[in-house]
Design a protein around this ligand. Structure first.
Ligand code: A2P
Length: 409
């Protein structure tokens, strides 16, 4: 027998738990080194690209991203292996050599947790405590459909629905701004159960109907992708076709930062398109039900849609008093009229927008098409400039104070 065994290099490999992951794409969008990719089934981490920055950890709604295995670096799990997993492999014994990546990685975790910048988002200081991850794919909550109403006009090109789910005796506490996951029944083309899709809750915390233990979702029937290519959205078509009395598997709730402030005098500046209106409806409805308390604060809404008939909740929004909410619609496809986007309306209202952005009691919420993010950022910049303020200084402040919340898809 000769000498000692060769020393191996131990890697603490970053992985994603396929059993908990709800495939919301947040990690892939967040990862600055493009280490995260996915196929139709799994989200996976490329060990050769992951630099342990941990930017992806806090935005993940389920915690699936926070999965690690100590492996022999030479035998790290490949992308092909990870894509085939239904669950994480067990931690196996690794003959400890030098854990080369560990100190660096741990140091980074500490710095992210304390930095309060970049990828780390905060809820408003007065937000209520959210419950998360109460129900999982293994143990979902079963809801019964108590309503499914079309929100868009009969002749509208999009079918957007208001779906009410009743949880009966099952507790599923949600706050405005949180999401739940829905698992469509059946199997995907590879013979495995469909993965979960996330939807923002459209009702306030006391429920669609107070004391009824229900909640509502705003769901658009997906018939084409962003490029206009025909596709059938598995979950959205399943949800839009649901009938009263049908049962639905629900997981979650998720979301710890896109939450509304609760202190009297706090204001909401909301910008949305299409079904991005769901959390705005939840927050507005929460405030509407408390009007009599005269808690103060302003509500300002910028809402974009192709046409009036395509805008979910158009009728109910029009009934809200002007002194309760300042509504600014942006319609992009009105025949004979120029295209208007939410960012155009923001510029038209630049004085009020700049005043609210600088107001420490105002909280900003953006939800809808990913494409609008840049346009809104530029419109906020212009609004600030016109009113003697510097967006470059205002934005980091908003973020650090938990006053800037973006959810786009
Ligand atoms: P458009 O008519 O150019 O598609 P949708 O109905 O597809 O959900 O879109 C909702 C609204 O958002 C539509 O008015 C759409 O306009 C608009 N929109 C599309 N792209 C952007 C963008 N980059 N910024 C702001 N609004 C946008």
């Amino acid at each position: 027998m000769s000498g000692s065994a060769p020393t191996i290099e131990v890697l603490r490999q970053h992985l994603i738990d396929p059993e908990i992951c709800i495939r919301c794409n947040t990690c892939e969008e967040t990862c600055p080194s493009h280490a995260i990719t996915h196929d139709l089934r799994n989200y996976v981490v490329d060990a050769d690209k992951c630099n342990f920055c941990n930017d992806c950890i806090s935005p993940c709604p389920t915690g699936a991203i926070d999965s690690w295995r100590q492996v022999d670096k030479a035998k790290r799990y490949t992308l092909v292996e990870q894509l085939a997993w239904d669950s994480l492999p067990p931690q196996t014994e690794v003959d400890a050599g030098t854990p080369a990546e560990m100190p660096k990685e741990i140091a980074r975790i500490t710095s992210v947790a304390t930095a309060g910048q970049g990828g780390v988002a905060f809820p408003p200081w007065s937000a209520a405590h959210p419950y998360v991850n109460i129900y999982s794919i293994q143990k979902p909550a079963i809801a019964t459909v108590s309503g499914n109403f079309r929100l868009t006009a009969g002749d509208a090109s999009s079918d957007i629905r208001h779906i009410v789910l009743d949880f009966g005796g099952t507790a599923l506490p949600v706050l405005e701004g949180q999401t739940i996951g829905v698992q469509p029944p059946g199997l995907d083309p590879s013979g495995k159960p469909h993965h979960v899709r996330l939807y923002s809750v459209a009702s306030p915390r006391e429920g669609e109907r107070p004391r009824y233990n229900n909640l509502s979702l705003t769901v658009k029937r997906v018939t084409e992708d962003h490029a206009g290519t025909p596709v059938v959205g598995v979950a959205s078509n399943y949800l839009c076709d649901l009938k009263k009395g049908d049962q639905v598997k629900v997981v979650g709730p998720y979301g710890t930062t896109f939450l509304m402030p609760n202190h009297p005098g706090s204001s909401l500046l909301m910008v949305c398109t299409g079904t991005g209106s769901a959390p705005m409806r939840a927050m507005t409805e929460r405030r509407r039900r408390r009007i009599a308390l005269k808690e103060g604060g302003e509500l300002m809404l910028f809402f974009g849609a192709r046409l009036e008939g395509e805008l979910p909740y158009f009728g109910p929004l029009m009934k809200l008093p002007n002194d309760f909410i300042d509504i600014n619609f942006a319609f992009s496809r009105v025949p004979g009229q120029p295209k208007h986007y939410v960012q155009d309306r923001i510029r038209e209202r630049s004085a009020d927008v700049a005043r609210l952005l600088a107001d420490e009691s105002c909280y900003v919420y953006i939800c809808g098409l990913k494409g609008m993010e840049q346009g809104i950022d530029e419109a906020f910049r212009d609004a600030c400039r016109e009113n003697g303020k510097d967006w470059g200084a205002v934005l980091p402040n908003l973020r650090a104070q938990g006053r800037y919340h973006v959810e786009t898809y």
